[in-house]
Write a protein that binds this ligand. Structure first.
Ligand SMILES: Cc1cc2nc3c(=O)[nH]c(=O)nc-3n(C[C@H](O)[C@H](O)[C@H](O)COP(=O)(O)OP(=O)(O)OC[C@H]3O[C@@H](n4cnc5c(N)ncnc54)[C@H](O)[C@@H]3O)c2cc1C
Length: 463
């Protein structure tokens, strides 16, 4: 499809541009749309919406496809990939950054660091800002800054009627409320504005120990985590990294237990004490085989967690857990620890509490996380046997951790659309649906809602 002043934006299977438009970071996700559009301007978005209406196609929207496994397979319909033109712009006076949709997080970190500011980003620089922030966003600064959704100051989007709106606390506040954690299906976001906070220095990195020390390390970490300062946000993981050239040889091809995170270090002396309170007792249990914790600039944070930067087929599970104590810790290691036979590459707990627990003002529909830890486990889904082993393992982990499972999730952390995705109560979900029906009365974006109500008819084939 071509129109005045722009390139062709809609491609069909076999046509140039289709493969790039439909490519997703999580290559395990099934993404087979009848048409795919790569959009760079609001006018492109309008043209794509017109095309979908004319051809009776439901719409799905992505930025990078890191979260593609969390949504139902795309089988038919039309996919819009947002790679919006324009720069990341920082307003240091207002402490706000404006980010075009499709921008990966590392570009935001690069833009804000020279101003001594940061947004509530996650552990990876390649994830997209829009899906991450509107689906919750568990940040490496989360115990200090709260959910990333709470830091959203404005959203620019094209709704199903083709209107390009800028919504914030003063303009269309109901839609602004629903966008922040409501689960999508409101339109195509073209840009997002996020709050910034001062960060000039950090202490960050990861320490890895032999997997055999996991029980003592986890016990010590859980004891520390109970009343840790909010300026420190960490996670622990049992890692089974493959023996491949990209993985440091100290931790390749074996089970390790990692503790990584960020200590906000604008005030260096208390930050050093906080880092020592965390790492001292752990290092006393045993010498790490690899230890990258160090003082550095905020951009160092994106290297600490060693997230994959290239697309992979991955599959896993996520739960929000209540305070788990020694029994829960033992169950976690029974599922994921050394000798458990786990097929997961990584299984971990992210520390919540602090600002996560407090509602933001003015918050979106998802404005807090009431649990103590976020569990996530993920493995490589290279073959049907691997998929079966991963699903079986996820079910086993759910059984073992059931006593601490809060029944809720943070949507940005969901990896598998087949796993429970409850993140709102019934009244919140109904209110979000009411707002959605106002901006999309024909249900053009219905297939983009996550989680999809079981009785939904999206017009798309679902296996
Ligand atoms: C290696 C790795 C590390 C990660 N680390 C973290 C972390 O630290 N914290 C955390 O919370 N999460 C983390 N995640 C999960 C990540 O936040 C989600 O996958 C998130 O969805 C990524 O955002 P995206 O825009 O790239 O998503 P996409 O997969 O592109 O989109 C996911 C959904 O977001 C919506 N969406 C995306 N773009 C638009 C748009 N322009 N308009 C309207 N809707 C849109 C759609 O509903 C879409 O289905 C990580 C994932 C990976 C793979």
């Amino acid at each position: 499809m071509t129109f005045a002043g722009s390139d062709s934006i809609v491609a069909h299977p076999g046509e140039p541009g289709f493969v790039a438009a439909a490519a997703v970071f999580n290559s395990f996700a099934v993404v087979e749309p009848a048409a795919a559009a790569t959009v760079r301007t609001p006018e492109h978005v309008r043209a794509a919406i017109r095309y979908a209406r004319e051809h009776g196609l439901g719409l799905r929207v992505i930025s990078t496809g890191h979260g593609a496994g969390a949504a139902r397979p795309v089988l038919g319909g039309m996919l819009i990939r947002t790679t919006m033109d324009g720069e990341v712009t920082v307003d240091p006076r207002r402490r706000v950054v404006r980010v075009p949709a499709g921008t990966p997080w590392h570009q935001v970190v690069d833009a804000t660091e020279p101003h001594g500011l940061a947004a509530a980003h996650g552990s990876s620089g390649t994830t997209g800002v829009v899906g991450y922030a509107l689906r919750g966003g568990l940040s490496v600064y989360g115990r200090m800054a709260g959910l990333a959704a709470n830091g959203v100051r404005a959203v620019e989007l094209v709704t199903a009627d083709g209107e390009h709106r800028r919504v914030d606390a003063d303009h269309d506040p109901e839609l602004f409320w629903a966008l922040r954690g409501g689960g999508g299906g409101f339109g195509v976001v073209t840009a997002i504005e996020l709050a910034l906070f001062p960060v000039t220095r950090v202490i960050t990195g990861a320490a890895y120990w032999p997997g055999s020390l996991a029980d003592r390390l986890l016990e010590a970490w859980l004891a520390w985590a109970k009343d840790a300062p909010v300026t420190v946000t960490t996670s622990v993981r049992v890692m089974n990294l493959p023996d491949v050239p990209d993985v440091p040889r100290e931790i390749a091809g074996r089970t390790t237990f990692a503790v990584d995170g960020v200590v906000h270090a604008d005030q260096l002396d208390p930050a050093r004490r906080n880092a020592e309170d965390l790492l001292g007792p752990l290092r006393a249990i045993g010498e790490p085989v690899l230890d990258t914790w160090q003082e550095g600039d905020p951009s160092e944070v994106l290297r600490a967690h060693m997230d994959p930067s290239e697309p992979l087929p991955f599959l896993g599970d996520h739960m929000l857990l209540d305070e788990m104590g020694p029994v829960g810790a033992a169950q976690f290691l029974e599922a994921a620890g050394e000798g458990s036979g786990t097929p997961l590459v990584a299984a971990g707990l992210r520390q919540l509490g602090g600002a996560y627990a407090h509602p933001a003002e003015p918050g979106g529909v998802l404005d807090r996380v009431a649990a103590s830890y976020s569990y996530a486990g993920s493995g490589l889904a290279f073959s049907p046997d691997a998929v079966a082993a991963l699903r079986e393992h996820c079910a086993k982990t759910r059984r073992l951790l059931a006593p601490w499972d809060s029944g809720r999730v943070v949507p940005s952390f969901v990896e598998d659309f087949q796993q429970p995705q409850a993140h709102l109560n019934a009244a919140q979900a109904a209110e979000v649906d009411r707002v959605r029906a106002m901006v999309d009365p024909d249900g053009l974006f219905r297939a983009d809602i996550s989680p999809l109500p079981p009785e939904s008819d999206t017009g798309q084939e679902v296996p």
